[in-house]
Design a protein around this ligand. Structure first.
Ligand code: HEM
Ligand SMILES: [Cu+2]
Length: 486
């Protein structure tokens, strides 16, 4: 069970992951702000640059949320199983190499085919980028994937070494015996689910990236476009959802230290995580609802599972959070505030997601700003809030910190401006403003300008949270092992 009084040291690699995640998040948020300013016509950015920024922002955010989630997972899983740090270092090396190649392909080579690199777009640049740039993008993403492979093979190995089988780590033993002592700690349960899902995602991603690389140089090696899209969205859906399933471990492990109550692992909690493992793997056809060539059963499955996919884990996390806080005398600071905010962001963000996962509605809303609206909701106010909480917590030597007017103001600035920003996406989507348009009609620019204001405030708040935390981490703080809690 989670020990709520002592905490393990944060290893140098966890601190490095956390600090790097913070800095890169800020840079990519800036790219997002620039896109919004361009759509507002408050800034002149050519369409070619816009799509480069959009590609870098999209793939970059998915990658950095993965790195941030991995830091949370590594830190807490490492307290239950023996992880070999070489894997974390190798992952980081592949990550940095991959990011360097991707950045080169986009900003030097001009690649702007969106993070989803949908086949056959990379091979048909209409003069906008070279074949080398397209290949660079695919190779760069592949390198990041190799890093993930090393990382999740190691978490899997360590879990199996300690628990003997997936059945025990996934809590099946506890389901059978009903004995709480057989329950895996939440970090192990979530870690096992994510490791299995992400390994499958990486295999699918690597397969399509390799096929497309061959196709770039040997066009006669044609790929079924439908197969390509299935593989890409299987990979994309699982990888981005896994970021939340890793980051949420921060809620399970940190919140109890603020309330003094351990996070309970009970039957419904275990069942929910197991159900999510199955559903996260089969729900991705909700990205293909408009593809008439898809078998009907697959899109129906996409719709039905969309309704249920995130629900179990969300429900047990929401109920668990409320139960954990209730009458606990929780200590409020930036960390605990962001953790509770993240549960709100994740829960509320699911609502517009489920609406979009409905075939009849998707036909109308699919290519509107409703789509970035729903995923920015649970990524920015859910996943990123969890990651910011983790970074802040590490930087304060894993102990509650002062929550004065300044920190309180910062918390509300982040929460409210992020909410305003995502609501403007949803509102624009409701008004049928298309997504992925570099140039917006004058009628849409009112929304864009309000959104730009909120986006600038989000960036400001995030900067004021991240920079001091990173300085504290770099200054050697954040490594301390201290008694924390009440
Ligand atoms: C200050 C924060 C942020 C701002 C201002 C911002 C802004 C934007 C904008 C303007 C777009 C393009 C929308 C369109 O016209 O289609 C976009 C797309 C996107 N954003 Fe963000 N964003 C932010 C944070 C995030 C975060 C935290 C994530 C994920 C962790 C994220 C992931 C994405 C993805 C995956 C896309 C889709 C790109 C595509 O359509 O290919 N963003 N964002
Ligand atoms: Cu999805």
């Amino acid at each position: 069970m989670t020990d709520t009084t002592t905490v393990a040291r944060a290893t140098p690699e966890v601190r490095l992951y956390a600090a790097l995640t913070g800095i890169v998040l800020l840079l990519l948020m800036l790219f997002g702000v620039l896109m919004r300013l361009a759509q507002s016509e408050w800034m002149t950015i050519g369409p070619d640059r816009f799509y480069q920024l959009m590609t870098a922002h999209g793939i970059g955010m998915v990658a950095i949320a993965t790195l941030g989630g991995s830091a949370v997972l590594w830190h807490f899983l490492g307290q239950h199983v023996a992880l070999r740090r070489g894997a974390a270092i190798a992952n980081l090396a592949f990550f940095l190499a991959g990011v360097a190649v991707v950045l080169w392909s986009i900003f030097a080579g001009g690649f702007a085919g969106a993070w989803t690199f949908l086949y056959p777009l990379p091979a048909h640049p209409m003069g906008m980028w070279t074949r080398g740039a397209a290949a660079g993008y695919l190779v760069g993403v592949l390198l990041v994937g190799v890093g993930m492979l090393v990382f999740f093979l190691e978490t899997t190995r360590a879990i199996l070494q300690r628990y003997g089988s997936f059945a025990v780590a996934l809590g099946w033993k506890m389901l059978r015996s009903g004995d709480k002592r057989d329950a895996p700690p939440p970090a192990v349960l979530a870690g096992t689910v994510v490791s299995i899902a992400n390994l499958l995602a990486v295999f699918a991603g690597a397969a399509i990236l390799t096929m497309m690389l061959i196709n770039l140089y040997l066009p006669q090696f044609a790929i079924s476009a439908l197969l390509a899209k299935n593989l890409i969205y299987f990979f994309g859906h699982v990888a981005i959802n896994a970021t939340i399933y890793m980051a949420v471990i921060a809620v399970y492990e940190i919140l109890p230290r603020y309330t003094g109550h351990p996070w309970g692992v009970y039957r419904a909690f275990v069942l929910a995580w197991n159900a999510t493992l199955l559903m996260v793997l089969v729900v991705y056809p909700h990205h293909l609802l408009m593809d008439f060539a898809m078998p009907l059963w697959a899109v129906i499955m996409g719709q039905v599972v969309s309704y249920t996919s995130s629900l179990p884990v969300l429900a047990v996390t929401l109920v668990g959070t409320l139960a954990n806080i209730h009458r606990s005398g929780i200590r409020w600071d930036l960390t605990s505030g962001l953790l509770v905010l993240s549960i709100f962001g994740w829960s509320a963000g699911i609502v517009p997601a489920v609406i979009d996962g409905t075939i009849a509605i998707n036909q109308v809303m699919h290519n509107t700003l409703w789509v970035p609206g729903h995923f920015h909701f649970y990524l920015l106010i859910g996943c990123v809030a969890m990651i910011l909480a983790f970074i802040n917590w590490l930087s304060h030597e894993q102990a509650p910190a002062r929550f004065g007017v300044l920190q309180g103001g910062l918390f509300w600035l982040y929460a409210l401006s992020a909410l305003g920003f995502v609501l403007m996406f949803l509102y624009s989507g409701h008004a049928s403003v298309p997504r992925r348009f570099a140039v917006h009609l004058p009628e849409w620019q009112g929304y864009d300008r309000i959104a730009s204001g909120f986006a600038l405030l989000v960036l400001a708040a995030a900067t004021l949270i991240v920079l001091p935390a990173v300085l504290r981490i770099a200054g050697g703080r954040g490594s301390g092992a201290r008694a924390a809690g009440t």
